[in-house]
Design a protein around this ligand. Structure first.
Ligand SMILES: [Fe+2]
Ligand SMILES: [Fe+2]
Length: 325
């Protein structure tokens, strides 16, 4: 009998979420000897009912907390994850949730902007030609509208680091291996590119058809880069290295237009001043200058990542260049 009851309760627990919890309790009430016997199957049942009771009671706790919260909002400190009060160096409150003061940095403006990886191998040439080909429709579409161009290209630029980082993460799990810091380095790159986008979007508002274009391009580019990284990470990193060389070129042209006055040198967005630790009176020119330095850093990281693999090594064999930020 006990086994029959146990089996029906277990079936109920397996089949249906909250209803099964109530069902289990009902059965336990109707058959008190479920708790008394020494049958092994009942041990599992007891544990399941106890777990159900536990999850049920923990579900009800926020309701009690809610009563105490202001305006019916559950205090986040209930889970112990409330954010400590964070301030800038001058003591003013930190206004950003998307990045913290310790993630800000001063871009390395001494970086060589002219460095170029001369394509020598067949794969290098494929990467170089692919990027040059991709530039043709970009030039045709945007021409010299560099604000819009930069904003749109940053939506693409933030993809490779995330794909590469994700695939290296999975590889690390699959092979029980360290990544040599490369997961973090690539995810940092993705985040840095996303911050470029968050900055550009303060300056240029995307139109509806540009949003549609971003949707389409992201769908194609994410999948294409994902497959490319699976097939040949060294080619994927080389492509990114050349894309970054193009980004440096685009931002240099952007700066020329600011200098010539055809693009107004407006005050820097607040997010950029905090992220790159720029002076309070920084301008668009300062922002584009630090973004261009970031792109030069990405260029070096990706060409380096490709070089490692062209030498027959794995990324984890060479420590990742962490600590730029
Ligand atoms: Fe960027
Ligand atoms: Fe970049």
């Amino acid at each position: 009998m006990n086994q029959l009851v146990a089996m029906s309760v277990m079936r109920g627990l397996i089949n249906g979420g909250k209803h099964s919890i109530g069902y289990a309790r009902t059965v336990v009430r109707c058959h008190p000897n479920v708790w008394d016997g020494d049958d092994m199957p009942l041990l599992g049942l007891r544990m399941m009912v106890m777990m159900s009771s536990y999850s049920s009671s923990s579900e009800s706790v926020p309701e009690k907390v809610k009563e105490k919260g202001e305006n019916g909002i559950v205090p986040s400190s209930y889970w112990g994850i409330s954010r400590p009060k964070i301030t800038r160096e001058d003591g003013s409150p930190w206004p950003w949730n998307c990045f913290m003061p310790w993630e800000t940095y001063r871009a390395d403006l001494s970086i060589d902007l002219k460095k170029h990886h001369v394509p020598t191998t067949f794969l290098d040439k494929v990467a170089y030609r692919t990027v040059k080909l991709l530039r043709i429709p970009t030039d045709l579409f945007f021409q010299r509208r560099y604000g819009c161009r930069a904003m749109m290209l940053e939506t693409v630029a933030a993809v490779p680091g995330m794909v590469g980082g994700m695939l290296l993460h999975l590889k690390s799990l699959r092979k029980f291996q360290h990544s040599g810091g490369w997961i973090k380095a690539l995810l940092e790159e993705a985040e840095n590119e996303r911050m470029h986008l968050m900055t550009m979007v303060e300056l240029v508002k995307p139109k509806w058809y540009e949003r549609m274009l971003v949707l389409t391009v992201q769908g194609v580019f994410f999948n294409a880069f994902f497959v490319l990284y699976l097939l040949s990470p060294k080619l994927a990193h080389r492509v990114v290295g050349y894309l970054e060389e193009e980004a440096i070129h685009s931002y240099t042209e952007y700066l020329k237009d600011i200098d010539s006055g055809s693009i107004e040198n407006v005050p820097a967005p607040a997010i950029a001043i905090d992220y790159w630790r720029l002076p309070k009176d920084a301008t668009l020119k300062d922002v584009i200058t630090v973004i261009r330095a970031d792109e030069a850093h990405h260029r070096d990281v990706n060409h380096f990542a490709s070089d490692i693999q062209f030498q027959g090594k794995e990324l984890r064999d060479a420590p990742a260049p962490l600590g730029y930020h």
